[in-house]
Design a binder for this molecule. Structure first.
Ligand code: DGY
Length: 322
């Protein structure tokens, strides 16, 4: 029996590419260049399973192509706002993602951003590398203490809970959160987490960390009006999706002191960065590194492999979305 044909949209860690080669008639992307709409349509016409990543927009235009032979989309990543699930279902495709395996790494980056923004770590390093350091003094680069402060999470799923664990047990922080689907009381009790509205979280938190999905329902949730609800000493952390935050509103707030700072791993319109962010010394900026550890990126690939294996064995993939 011939092996199923699988097309991979970007370069994966070599350990999982080796497994793909063994198991499938696989087309890898050695050049690692992002695929165009036409290339994704061609891929869907020429394979049994297509594996995009979170930066490949598998939208209605892509999924509306004629002659699609693919039956499965095994996405590499947990977020799925890049895939039009309704259009995929209409085209008869099964779609899966890779939850759980990147929870800890993403929470680590969120906590890292919180600490870096609070303690001016990026700014301090730039200061030193630029040869500006003249020595220790009591008023030099004064920042904000983290221990014992209040962390407010917008969204309280797996990654937010992992962040809460770090913040509560590592830094003695009080946890408050908003979520339309709060977890069980048992989970809340674990961190002494208190459920409230997003507006209350914004008003009470010293650090606001975003952990909601992207897409229409959360588009510009953090806009000018909501940023103004935050304390002037507060810091915003975004390791979720860029379009949850209105870039212009955040840049103005950082420049005019409406809030004290931000730690950002994701950006509206990424990888293009609004140049306004570069003028903000009080913002820590990372290029979407949440899941970027070798162990995690291998585990994400293996989770796609697990989903593909189930699908080709005629079973529902563990992480089936539709
Ligand atoms: C995801 O998986 O959704 C992240 O944004 C990238 O790891």
């Amino acid at each position: 029996m011939s092996k199923p044909k699988v097309i991979i949209s970007r370069k994966w860690p070599e350990q999982v590419e080796a497994q793909l080669k063994e198991l499938y008639d696989v087309q890898l992307n050695e050049s690692d260049e992002a695929m165009t709409v036409e290339q994704m349509q061609d891929a869907l016409r020429n394979c049994d399973a297509f594996c995009p990543t979170v930066t490949d927009p598998v939208n209605a235009a892509v999924l509306g192509a004629d002659g699609i032979t693919a039956k499965m989309i095994g996405s590499y990543g947990v977020g799925y706002n890049h895939i039009d699930l309704k259009a995929a279902e209409t085209a008869g495709l099964t779609v899966s993602n890779t939850p759980e395996v990147l929870t800890d790494c993403t929470a680590d980056i969120a906590m890292g951003l919180l600490l870096s923004a609070a303690r001016r770590i990026g700014e301090g390093e730039r200061h030193l590398r630029n040869g500006e350091w003249t020595g220790w003094r009591p008023t030099h680069m004064i920042a904000t203490k983290v221990t014992g402060k209040t962390l407010g999470c917008i969204g309280f799923g797996r990654i937010a809970q992992a962040m809460a664990q770090r913040a509560h047990f590592g830094f003695g922080m009080k946890i408050i959160f908003s979520d339309p689907y709060p977890p069980s009381q048992e989970v809340m009790n674990r961190f002494g987490a208190v459920h409230m509205s997003a507006e209350e979280v914004l008003a009470q938190a010293d650090f606001v960390s975003l952990h909601c999905p992207g897409g229409e329902s959360t588009y510009h949730l953090i806009n000018e009006e909501r940023i103004k609800m935050m304390k002037p000493t507060a810091i915003l952390v975004n390791s979720a999706r860029g379009d949850v935050v209105d870039n212009q509103a955040l840049i103005s707030a950082l420049k005019n002191g409406t809030i004290a700072g931000a730690g950002l791993d994701v950006f509206e319109g990424e990888p293009k960065l609004d140049p306004g962010f570069l003028d903000c010394e009080n913002a820590v900026l990372l290029p979407h590194l949440g899941s970027a550890s070798l162990e995690t990126r291998i585990a994400m690939g293996e989770r796609v492999l697990e989903n593909l294996a189930a699908f080709f064995a005629g079973k529902a993939p563990r992480d089936k979305l539709v």
